[in-house]
Each structure stands twice: as C-alpha cells, then as structure tokens.
Design a protein around this ligand. Sequence first.
Ligand code: ASP
Length: 353
Amino acid sequence: MSKSEISRREVLKAGAMAGAGMTAVGAIARAAEQQPGVQAANTGTPPIAISSANGLRATEIAVDLMRKGGDVVEAAVEGIVPIEEDPEDTSVGYGGLPNELGTVELDACVMHGPTMRAGAVASLQNIKTPSRVAKLVMERTDHILLVGPGALYFAKMMGFKEEDLLTERARQAWLRWKTRHPRDNWLDDDEIKMDFPMQTGTVTCLCLNDKRDLGGCTSTSGLAWKIPGRVGDSPIIGAGLYVDNAVGACGSTGRGEANILVSGSRIVVENMRHGMTPEAAILDVLKRVVDMTTSPRLIHRPGRPSFDLNFYAIRKDGAYAGGRIYRGGFYAVHDGKENRRRESVYLYESPNA
Ligand code: ASP
C-alpha cells in the first residue's frame, strides 16, 4: 500500500467513532488529513486559476482576465478557448479525436458560483468552441444541457460558424484505429488498443477572483472512437465540474464513466464543505472510485483499476490541489504569484506497486 493512500478503513473507523451527522463528517475529514500522503494544502492569493496539465495557457489567461475585472466564468472560458482552437491538442475542440464514424463530437460545461447557474452542451458537432456555447446556454436560456442537433441549432442561432473539426492528424489516427476495430464489439480493449498516444483528455479551468467568487469550465472531445452520441462526465454538472460559491470548485479529467458513477466533482466539493483540504477531498473520492471498480475488464489486479481519473479542486480560501489514482499526474496553477505545473497527489505509485 502506498504511503499516500488514505485508508478507507481508517476513514470509516473515524466516522463510526464520532457517531452520526456532521460530527462524523468532521472526524472523517480529520482522519483523511492525518494520512501520510496528504500534505498541508497549497494556498494562493486570488485571483487564482487551476487547470489540467494541458491548461497552462488557460490559467495564465484566466488570471490576467480576472485581474482586469473579468467574471470568473468568462475567465475560465476564455482561458480554455485557445486550447479548443489548437489543432495540436487532440483531446479538446478543433483537432480532437473523432467518434467511430470519424466525426468530432464535443462536450463542455460552465458553472457560475455567484449566481449558481450552469450551462452545458454535449455531442456538439462542427463548432470549435463548445465552452462559449455552454456559457451562452447558461446566460441566454432557462436550460442547462443541450445535446447533438439541438446544441448545434442553438450555437448557429447565437452566430457560431460551422467548421470541419477533423484535422488530417486526427483523421489519420482514426483510419489507423478503424483498420483494427473489431466490429460490434465495444468491450474488447485489447483488440482496439492502437499506436496513437492519447485517446483521452480534457481541459478544465477553475477560477477564484479577489472577491472570492468561484467559476469553472470543462471542455473535451471525449473518448476517442466512441459510439456516436456517447457523452462522458465533462458536460455533466456534478461530475465534470461543480462549483459552490460558499465552499469551492472541482473539475475532472480522465475516465468519464468512472466519474459519473460517483458524481465525483460534487462529492469533492461536499468533502471540502465538511472541512477536508482539497487534497484529502480528492483522495477520498478517488478511493471510492477504486472501491466501486469491480468489472474484471477494468481491473489491472485487485484494488488497482486499469484507468486513471483526475480531480482538480480549489477552496474559497485559496487552497488548491490536483489528485489522481496513480503517480505521475500534473496540473497547472496560477496561484497569484506564478504560473506553473505541479505534481498531483495520488493514491498509488503505479498499477503494480
Ligand atoms: N473525461 C473525458 C470523457 O470521459 C475524457 C478524458 O478526460 O480523458 O469524456
């Protein structure tokens, strides 16, 4: 067992000893934070922005915009837009890897702490910047989530231009995959593994301004080679993103199906509400993900999933963290002083150790 692992038994024991209700939750938080791998929280000075490892540009832009008085969601979205427009990032927006038919389908959401509003789009085709469309769903409609043709119809009404999002690089990768795809079998992982390095990826950006308001955005092209219409966690409020202006915010990247099953970002925020540091809050939810992973197809060996999942969290007081199941993850943070990547906390050294 890794030093950095929170022992679920210890956490549960603390909860049982403390009795029911909030007291138990407080004890669980303390037990989680006393685990060896959970360091004292990193804390910055607002405005602060935290993002996935591919979001170093996003955190720079977001802090700059907040310093100029920009709103927290506007800062998160405008930080993410250059990544959506970048053909080299094959996990987000233009240049994202397509579904099994070779069509790029994008998902994104935003959530605004001060007004507790949210907006999202899923399976959106032909629009480079789903984050901006999600923001307009929040601002201009009484809905939260628009999907597929409805999301495209709305984007066009809002003046977005339709474009082909499939770059030559992504098309070549899809063709390589296509030649090896076992027909009508979406579960046989070994058969569909291929030489393209990145089949998953997402960008998330969380912002805290100097008024201590919180907002966030998550954007992705989702799982490469997905069945058309597959939607992961990224546009799901409570999974890919959750913001509570009284507490903090959390975003996620990695295996969306695992995150949806635990409502991960929402639970990380609830953990912080009950007193956990962002590190402890994240590791507690990751442990729940590991415990819930029982399908042999998704297990490397007992207690070790064959996938990873990342959370990024910021608390209203400026404490922040990134965390994942296995060592080796990074996140981007502008802590008000400098913009850099930091190593994520983790549960296990590796799937083997
Ligand atoms: N979470 C994204 C999804 O499941 C993919 C990823 O972040 O790798 O769609």
